[in-house]
Design a binder for this molecule. Structure first.
Ligand SMILES: [Zn+2]
Length: 336
């Protein structure tokens, strides 16, 4: 019997293995076999894992799921796995956060968004809550940083856990992290720094993928939420456990309302991508088509061909609501 690693969120030792993944399977999730990046990416993932496999663990104490080895993807991983980047437009969590800010009556003097993309959310905050001169942002994509700076937002490609953020004690009235925490390891470094950066009466807003939805997808032939892109799977309890040692607590938590239409649309694409990981399937062949113009037609056809097989899954999803919305949102503040 091997020792199970402790849960990175709560420190509990009652963790179990949910899935075992090879570097080959993980690589095929991000780029198809035969792609120029396939072999370099596979080698890089093996290097991150210091071996050929990783395990997806789940903590029975707080529900946190994590990749073991608990290593986040680095810049080289993202360069190889995502040759092109796109940023979301409106997301449910943006509206939920603005509603919370309104309810608090917040007029923040200074705010920070971690992983701000090209600044869609920050622009929603102007001019009602904050001026761009009061905003700071971190973002690893160089083009996105330039876009933020062009808007007058102080932006840098830095990690808030780094030394350059170490002397900004209590600098921010509000800190936002949307769809970034699930990519991160070193949770004590993260929550310790968030607590240090936060003003005494400040607020932190976080959104991550909904773990119940992730598990449902994996258990029903859709995509595996593959590390080392996402390395943490969060629950409200996991947020409470990870933030408590740093003097923070969960004030509010909510799961995005479930939409069967949005779920089905995502499922058509995700289940196609999952089938494409098996050599010889229609989906795998469509994804490997060299001509982008032909692939643009072949992939939707392969995706739609899978629809009849997905109908029972959609029925199950419809019965599993209200737990299957896409995102989990939490609002943290200092515990008093
Ligand atoms: Zn735990």
């Amino acid at each position: 019997m091997t020792m199970q690693p402790p849960c990175p969120a709560c420190g509990g030792t009652a963790t179990a293995t949910r899935l075992r993944i090879s570097a080959d399977e993980a690589t095929a999730h991000f780029v198809p076999h035969g792609h120029a990046n396939f072999e370099p990416l596979r080698q890089h993932i093996r290097q991150l894992w210091a071996g050929d496999t990783a395990e997806l663990k789940q903590c029975s104490g707080c529900g946190f799921g994590f990749c073991w080895p608990y290593r986040a993807g680095d810049a080289e991983f993202y360069r190889l796995a995502y040759p092109t980047t796109s940023y979301p437009v409106m997301k449910w969590e943006f509206g939920r956060t603005i509603a919370a800010l309104r309810k608090i009556g917040a007029k923040p003097r200074s705010i920070l968004e971690v992983g701000a993309g090209d600044g869609f959310f920050l622009r929603l905050l102007t001019p009602d809550f904050c001026k761009t001169a009061q905003m700071e942002a971190t973002e690893f994509n160089a083009a996105a940083v330039r876009r933020l700076q062009a808007d007058g937002i102080q932006a840098s490609a830095t990690d808030i856990r780094g030394a350059e953020w170490g002397d900004r004690q209590g600098a921010f009235d509000a800190i936002f992290l949307f769809q970034v925490v699930e990519h991160m390891d070193d949770l004590h470094g993260l929550f310790g720094r968030l607590s240090a950066l936060l003003a005494a009466d400040g607020h932190i807003f976080i959104a991550v993928p909904n773990t119940f939805r992730t598990s449902f997808n994996e258990d029903n032939g859709s995509l595996i939420d593959m590390p080392p892109n996402h390395v943490g799977r969060w629950t409200e309890k996991a947020f409470a456990e990870a933030s408590r040692p740093h003097g923070l607590n969960v004030l509010e938590a909510a799961i995005e309302p479930f939409s069967l239409k949005r779920f089905a649309r995502q499922d058509i694409y995700y289940s196609h991508r999952r089938r494409a990981q098996t050599e010889g399937t229609f989906s795998a062949q469509a994804r490997k088509v060299k001509s982008p113009a032909v692939r643009k037609v072949a992939e939707p056809l392969a995706a739609l061909a899978g629809v009849p097989g997905r109908l029972p899954v959609w029925l199950r999803a419809a019965r599993a609501t209200p737990h299957l919305g896409g995102a989990l949102w939490v609002h943290l503040a200092r515990s008093h």
